[in-house]
Design a protein around this ligand. Structure first.
Ligand code: SAH
Ligand code: SF4
Length: 354
């Protein structure tokens, strides 16, 4: 059985006809789901009986198990159970005064095993289908007073290891939700052949590459996939993407105290990325490490982060320090893992300012 946000417009059209309804109903349903982005039940332009029939024929793919909101009230996290098989995934909504970003999961779990990442520590369960990915954006949109303007594939899973479903979801988010390609960011640990494939697609989405180190020996300790696709190969694929799309590539760098945050390491990273091609060169997003149970490291301290960013800028590599949001509900980068049975940590865990 198909699910509500998996169904294409043509399939919806067929269903509407099957229910003996006039064709314009398809337009009304589509408008409610994707343009107004309201729950089907609230689409009052439709007769109640039709809403009920559609809800039954097109069930939701996700059931909310928990919904938590951080004490800043601008960050929310959902733990969902997939209706299909009970697999658990998480989604984060980050609201800003004028807009909102949804951080979606692309897989239940992840097979890449990055040592500092809670999802990687938990292992792989399965790929998500496009309907499950698109539904995360819309379910978050239903509660957000601000319009969802950006979608980032930075939740659980490696999107490029689930290439076809990720791309199908990206297309739906672009075509049906009307979010521009540049506001859709796919973050990858560095699956080089898939980055090249992405470079050949027509949509100029934003690519983020998780680097975390500037030498292969150091990166292998954090990102096991580096043994298969070492830094040079990942950068080569990323520059192909930058060249094909004329888009600046973002590199993510989780800053771990005493591990990868020294001035000498910043210098090396600056040299590595200083020559990166593409409009505006490379951009580095410094993410202070978020604590996870399975990794002993700590976040770099703010002065160290600032020095690191300055060194990068001296190589004409732009750098920003990401403010962690939602650490008190374990909603920050790399903290997502299904843990329905485990309560979130107590409020008051430090929130870093830029
Ligand atoms: N699999 C993709 C996307 C999901 S992870 C990827 O790895 O890029 C999204 C981002 O969170 C990645 O840059 C990842 O390296 C980072 N991340 C993972 N664990 C983290 C942690 N504990 N602290 C800070 N960032 C983390
Ligand atoms: Fe997977 Fe990304 Fe976590 Fe690595 S950092 S284990 S690729 S989700």
């Amino acid at each position: 059985m198909t699910t509500r946000y998996h169904t294409s417009r043509a399939e919806l059209d067929a269903l509407v006809a099957e229910l003996g309804q006039p064709r314009y109903r398809t337009e009304q349903v589509w408008d409610a789901l994707y343009r107004q982005q309201i729950p089907l039940e609230d689409a009052t332009t439709l007769p109640r009986a039709l809403r009920e029939q559609l809800a039954e024929a097109l069930p939701l793919a996700l059931t909310a198990l928990t919904e938590s909101t951080a004490h800043d009230e601008m960050t929310s996290k959902w733990l969902w159970g997939c209706t299909r098989d009970g697999a658990q995934i998480e989604t984060v909504l980050m609201r800003y005064p004028e807009r909102a970003t949804v951080c979606v999961s692309s897989q239940a779990g992840c097979a890449m095993g990055c040592t500092f990442c809670a999802t990687g520590q938990a292992g792989f369960e399965r790929h998500l289908d496009p309907g499950e990915i698109v539904e995360q954006v819309l379910r978050a949109a239903h509660v957000s007073p601000q319009r969802v303007s950006n979608v980032v594939f930075m939740g659980m899973g490696e999107p490029l290891a689930n290439y076809d479903n990720t791309l199908a979801a990206v297309r739906r988010i672009h075509d049906d939700l009307g979010i521009s390609a540049r506001r859709i960011t796919v973050s990858t640990v560095g699956v080089a052949p898939a980055i090249r494939r992405l470079a050949s697609e027509d949509l100029p989405i934003t690519l983020a590459v998780s680097l975390h180190a500037s030498s292969d020996a150091e990166r292998e300790e954090l990102v096991p996939l580096n043994r298969r696709y070492p830094i040079a190969e990942v950068l080569d694929a990323a520059s192909e993407f930058a060249g094909a799309k004329g888009r600046r590539v973002t590199f993510e760098y989780a800053c771990i105290d005493g591990v990868n945050d020294s001035p000498a390491q910043a210098e090396m990273l600056g040299r590595l990325l200083g020559a990166f091609p593409g409009v505006g060169g490379a951009h580095v997003n410094l993410i202070p490490l978020n604590p996870t149970d399975g990794f002993p490291g700590h976040a770099s301290i703010p002065p160290r982060l600032r020095t690191f960013a300055q060194r990068l800028r001296s190589h004409r590599v732009t750098a920003t320090i990401r403010r962690n949001r939602g650490t008190d509900i374990a909603a920050a980068c790399g903290q997502l893992r299904s843990r329905a049975a485990i309560p979130p940590p107590p409020p008051g865990s430090a929130t870093m300012e830029p």
